[in-house]
Design a binder for this molecule. Sequence first.
Ligand code: NAP
Ligand code: HSE
Length: 443
Amino acid sequence: MTAPRTIGIGLLGLGTVGQGVWKHLTEKRADLESRLGVRLDLRWAAVRDPRKRRAVRIPRARLTRDAAKVVDDPRVHVVCELIGGTGKARELTLRALRAGKVVVSANKALLCEHGPEILDAVRRHGGQFLFEASVAGGIPIIKAIREGLVANRFDLIVGILNGTCNHVLTRMGEDGLSFAEALREAQELGYAEADPSLDVDGIDAWHKASILAWLAHGKWPPRARTLVDGIRQVSPADIDFARRFGYALKHLAVIRRDFARNWMTVGVYPALVPSRDVLARVSGVNNGITLRGDVVGATTLAGRGAGGDATASAVIGDIVDAIGALTGGAGHGISAEALRARERLGRGVRMGSLDEIVSPFYLRLSLLDRAGVSEGVYRVFTKHQVSIARVIQYEHPNQGRGTVTLSTYPVSERRMAAVVRELRRLRTVLGDPVVLRIFNPES
Ligand code: NAP
Ligand code: HSE
């Protein structure tokens, strides 16, 4: 009997995700080895500071500051890039792919911003690139799109893709925490990015939405043609008002595709979700994604979207797939063939214009408390042919101001932007209007 082949694994980064991967790979090693028929050699973990205290026990001899040494080690077959960012991570990922190795990555920023370069390295050098952990933490959404739901064309993909935003909105809305307190908690729990503004300003969700758009429709949406908004402007008052209107306030990524006119739109923003919709009930660190396919109908996947354990689950799934391919099975990573299929899918797809992105809106306006002020506001809506569906008016006695919240019927982004521009110019409108989209699952 021949001895089982040994597969070497090198981790680049041993932070929240890296420690989760090390811990669970170590604990599940015997199971995985018997399932795969190989020996697993967790050879290295590259870190910035080998003396840092960590939650996992790891022999000092396995730690190195020299990440390139891990990539170049001929006995490392699978390189897991868990450093993050687009500097060192890009350099190391390309180095591994140019050596024809397998790279497993949790790095959505890198794939979104340097996707074509990375995928070109896969095509030229015959390696594999797997990135399940880059979108929606432990939810196998990449696999679902590429494999389980492959018979479908999706006219709508809508999801809560950022665990930090969902945690913050849930804690503000349900437990009365301030934005700063809820964000600090998300950072302590290991959910947030090293720079948490990527989370709360919507950039991380945009990275993930771009990856899903490319997977489903074969086109990378340019940043300038995507609506990207975060949750800084959301206050507990908006969450409360939304509830009274029959909605939950969620940070959504919305990818729409019109197959007849061959356009796609991508937006990430806080939105009011009808409380009967399944996404309205996805709370805390959880993510949820509804895919509307022409064959399957609407299918929703939900689960933990961030954190070391959930993300490790996705990384280990990719490692197992990669080993399957290395030992003669079918590969699940992005291969040259899979890339050609994506290219065919994206041929001729254009980005939808601001006239083609239509939804109802919610606005909260702070107004000077004076007779006739509301009429001036309504005139702006009438001028731009935007119909108001509902109005709630509050007065704050002695403060000289009132609050008006209103919702509109569906209107294009362009028209709504014109309304908001004009409202900002009114001297009776105090401060910046809060403008949120209302998600309509039926449209
Ligand atoms: P993290 O906790 O900040 O860990 C980063 C790790 O990289 C640390 O161990 C750090 O070393 C190491 N590192 C940084 N620069 C290095 C260098 N030049 N050479 C070698 N090691 C270096 O980050 P994370 O939260 O685990 O995230 C890692 C990646 O996973 C990111 O792309 C992130 O977007 C993605 N992701 C994170 C989550 C999550 O829930 N956190 C979920 C999904 C995907 P030291 O420990 O010595 O400082
Ligand atoms: N910072 C990310 C989030 C990590 O909160 O969703 C998971 O990708």
